[in-house]
Every structure is written in C-alpha cells, then in structure tokens.
Design a protein around this ligand. Structure first.
Ligand code: FMN
Length: 195
C-alpha cells in the first residue's frame, strides 16, 4: 500500500470506541501513543497538552469513579432513584473496567486567542493519538461527559484550575471491529465553497 492509501485507510476507519478487550495496554505502547500526540502543530510552540494516565485499579481511578457516581445522582433529571442508581452503576463499572484512561488537558494562554489556539492544538494531539492507536489495534473513546465534570477532578489529577480538560480518553484493545458502529460523513463537497 502507498503512504497516501495507508493514511486514508486509518483516517476513515478510526472510530470512537468504548468496548474493549481485557488485554492490558502496556506502558511502552501508552507512552508511544502519547508521543505521537505531541507532534501536533502548535502556534508559538506553546506545547499546551498535558497527559494524566489513570491506570486500572489505581487509587485515582477508584476515587474518580466514586465521584462520577455522586455526580450522576446529584445531577440526574430522572425522578426514579432505582433507574438513576442503575445508570450510575453502569457508568462507574465502565470507567473502572476500562483498560486505560488518559485525561488530556490544555494550558491557558497569555490571551484568549492563545488559549483557543492551545485548545485547538490539544485536540489535534488527541486525534494524532487516536490515529496511531488505531493503527496498532487500540481504540479510543473521547469523552467530554461525566468523567470530566466530576467535582474536584482537576485537583485529583493535578491539573491547574485554569487549564481546560479537553477530554477523558477511554482506551483499550479493540475486541471485534465488526461490532463497531459504522459512521458516515456528509459529502465534503456539500461543506465546501470553491471560488
Ligand atoms: C470534543 C469531543 C467530545 C466528545 N465527547 C463525547 C462524549 O462525551 N461521549 C461520547 O459518547 N462521545 C463523545 N465524542 C465522540 C463523538 O461522539 C464521535 O466522534 C462522533 O460520534 C463521530 O464518530 P467517530 O469518531 O467514530 O467517527 C466526542 C468527540 C469529540 C471530538
């Protein structure tokens, strides 16, 4: 396969995944995935990304998962407490069982413009990580949901209060590509104006 064909295949095949096999993701491959992230373009070379690896069964993983449960119970609109508990248990179990979790945060800049540029770069870093991970059979589920909304998260994962948490990445080896939900995109020409 030619380089352009390989890159097109990985870009198009990559999906957001949250179902993984139990296989452990080694420190070596985790480190490589993060290294791929930091080759993202970044204006003024601010290198604004920070990574917090939250390993399975670690104290922090368990602490955050308890806080996710609390967050769900406190913020749910559902008046049926049994249903809310079921939802909380499901999210908590998923968070605890995930082979690897990485929080990615972005530094605040010297101006609003720089903060926005930093956030853009950090998002690109996540995409770099996702593409590389996919190429070695590891899926990433990017979440800006409950796992980033829990109380005192920044304190727990030692991220400055001013930083933006760009995502919580659920990661693990992909079990069966066949069960991954197919996603399509609107034709790019419908989003493009040629002058
Ligand atoms: C900034 C950002 C935040 C996201 N947050 C969530 C999330 O909280 N929960 C979720 O299920 N998916 C989340 N996603 C994944 C998207 O839902 C997913 O990328 C989209 O459905 C397209 O699917 P694909 O990535 O498999 O092509 C997020 C993606 C991005 C870029």
């Amino acid at each position: 396969m030619k380089n352009n064909e390989i890159i097109e295949k990985i870009i198009k095949e990559r999906r957001n995944v949250r179902t993984f096999s139990n296989k452990k993701v080694s420190k070596k491959i985790t480190s490589k995935i993060i290294e791929m992230g930091i080759w993202a373009p970044n204006h003024r070379m601010t290198e604004p990304w920070r990574f917090r690896v939250i390993q399975k069964n670690s104290e922090k993983r368990l602490l955050i998962s308890k806080k996710i449960e609390k967050y769900i119970k406190k913020n749910s609109n559902n008046s049926n407490s049994e249903t809310v508990q079921k939802i909380a248990d499901k999210v908590k179990t998923e968070f605890e069982a995930c082979p690897l979790i990485i929080y990615v945060s972005s530094l605040v800049g010297k101006s609003e413009e720089e903060t926005l540029e930093n956030y853009s770069s950090t998002s690109i870093a996540i995409q770099n990580m996702s593409l590389y991970a996919w190429s070695v059979g590891i899926g990433i589920g990017w979440s800006t949901g409950k796992p980033i909304k829990v109380k005192e998260l920044k304190k727990i994962i030692e991220v400055p209060n001013s930083s933006i948490i760009a995502g919580c990445l659920y990661m693990g080896y992909i079990e069966k590509k066949s069960v991954i939900i197919k996603k399509s995109r609107t034709n790019h020409l419908k989003k493009t104006i040629w002058n």
